[in-house]
Design a protein around this ligand. Structure first.
Ligand code: 2HG
Ligand code: ZN
Length: 476
């Protein structure tokens, strides 16, 4: 810098916000530079660690004036690179990890207000302490943050009963790109006062503003639970079994997860201590759970009887109910460890797709046949939240091939899978968002009207394009 010339953007940030908030320590920066799947490596300008909404507001106003790109990062567990800075060295990573207060729990209103940096497990715990249930639940709940869950509209394993994160939010506090604060934390169930602004920020992946706090919806605590691991012959049978279980239980099904034999094998092989609940040899399994707020609901009997009927009808070929909480946890760990089993097995290509539930089987059949015929480099590991029509249609590299063999097919595979999804009336991004990974896919599959409106919203909320540039939409 020339003596007397303008200070660098970083120097101005430090001068205005202080070294307590603007961190430049290389070790701290390194931890923010790489995404969870290690698909991207960025080069952050610095890491901002504000302690309050007022500090976020001051920071964004300054970044807006200086045109510094801001990349919000929660627990950094996302799948699409939304929270990773680019490699320009000019983008500021913003973490709200110091803002993790539970501001209120209102048991009678079935709501709570939490700050965005709260880890999801802490939110669940705070609700439980008040005798209430916060149902969002996913594999990374021990490290993901509620701000990230809201910004990506996370799904998880209870969507079937309780909905995505969007359905669990009653209001938000958001800092806009210019530093103004928008707040709707009154936790109202009914509020028809004009456009629904809060829903624009949910799922926007930090491209429209920064969520700093949220009013969340709570539920009665589940007091009865019954969980089963079921072998099913086909995806069609799984879908029919779901419908039958919902009917037989008076709609008490809260989770219904599909697991193929190969996914189970990867967990058994790579995760020490895993144990197969059934004999094996079935192409598919279902992990299903019924829950009720009434402790005396005879869910195990209902589940057992419904599964008996399914076995007779050929919808299931074998089944086991969890005997107690320990076994229930074991069943769930098998399911939750699938991504880790996949990771330890080697390279993979992932597709987070959703279909209308009644078209799931047809899609799976067509797409699996395509993979079998056209991608000898892959083994198919398609699993997921069938109760929500959401399949993680993933491919792992087949054993014995040179590094990069499957990765070389990425573009062709993605195109074929997503085109088939479109043909079956589905979505190429069910619960993992767009981030950086699927920007081109959104341009390809969204309609011109949708893209026009998205661009207009982006311009209206963030005219200088400082909020998470290049994520969701290409840079203007
Ligand atoms: C899950 O359902 C996660 O386990 C991760 O959404 C899915 O790794 C994946 O593809
Ligand atoms: Zn999932």
């Amino acid at each position: 810098m020339m003596p007397g010339g303008p200070a660098s953007p970083l120097a101005q940030l430090v001068a205005r916000c202080g070294t307590e908030v603007i961190v430049t320590d290389p070790t701290a920066l390194e931890a923010t530079a790489v995404d969870h799947r290690r698909l991207y490596r960025g080069k952050p300008l610095a890491l901002a660690l504000p302690r309050s909404t007022a500090e976020v507001s001051q920071l964004l106003a300054l970044c807006n004036a200086l045109r510094i790109g801001v990349v919000p990062q929660g627990g950094n567990t996302g799948y699409c690179g939304a929270a990773t800075p680019d490699d320009s060295g000019a983008q500021l990573v913003l973490s709200l990890r110091r803002m993790r207060a539970v501001r209120r729990v209102d048991a009678l209103n079935d709501s709570m207000v939490v700050e965005a940096g709260c880890v999801l497990a802490e939110v669940q715990q705070a609700a439980a302490t008040a005798g209430r249930f916060f149902p969002l639940s996913l594999g990374s709940e021990g490290s993901c943050q509620i701000g990230g869950n809201l910004s990506t509209n996370a799904g998880g394993v209870n969507v079937l009963r309780y909905g995505m994160t969007r359905e669990l939010a009653l209001g938000l506090e958001v800092v806009l790109a210019d530093g103004r604060v928008l707040s709707s934390l009154d936790a109202l169930r009914k509020d028809n006062t004009g456009y629904d602004l809060r829903n624009l920020f949910i799922g926007a992946e930090g491209t429209l503003g920064v969520i700093t706090a949220a009013a969340l919806r709570l539920f009665p605590m589940p007091r009865a639970v019954a969980t089963a691991f079921v072998a099913v012959p086909t995806v069609t049978a799984a879908v029919q079994l779901l419908a039958d279980l919902r009917a037989a239980s008076g709609d008490r099904v809260s989770s219904f997860e599909l697991v193929p034999q190969l996914a189970l094998d990867l967990v058994l092989q790579h995760i020490p201590g895993s144990r197969a609940p059934l004999g094996g040899g079935s192409p598919w399994y279902v992990l299903c759970e019924l829950t009720s707020a009434r402790a005396e609901d005879p869910l195990a009997a209902v589940l057992e009887s419904a599964l008996g009927t399914a076995l007779e009808a050929g919808l299931a070929t074998d089944a086991v109910l969890a005997q107690g909480e320990r076994e229930r946890r074991e069943f769930w760990q098998l399911r939750e460890n699938i991504p880790e089993g996949q990771r330890r097995d080697g390279a993979s290509l992932k597709h987070d797709v959703s279909l209308p539930i009644d078209r799931l089987a047809a899609f799976t059949e067509r797409a699996s046949a395509w993979v079998a015929a056209e991608v000898p480099e892959a083994r198919l590991v398609a699993y997921g939240h069938v109760g929500d029509g959401n399949l993680h249609f993933n491919l792992n590299q087949a054993p014995g091939l040179p590094a990069g063999a499957l990765a070389a097919r990425e573009t062709a595979v993605k195109r074929a899978v997503h085109d088939l999804v479109r043909e079956h009336g589905g979505s190429f991004s069910a619960e993992h968002g767009i981030g950086r990974l699927k920007v081109e896919e959104l341009q390809r599959y969204a309609s011109p009207v949708e893209l026009d409106l998205m661009r207009a919203i982006k311009r209206a909320f963030d005219p200088n394009g400082i909020m998470n540039p290049g994520k969701v939409l290409p840079r203007a």
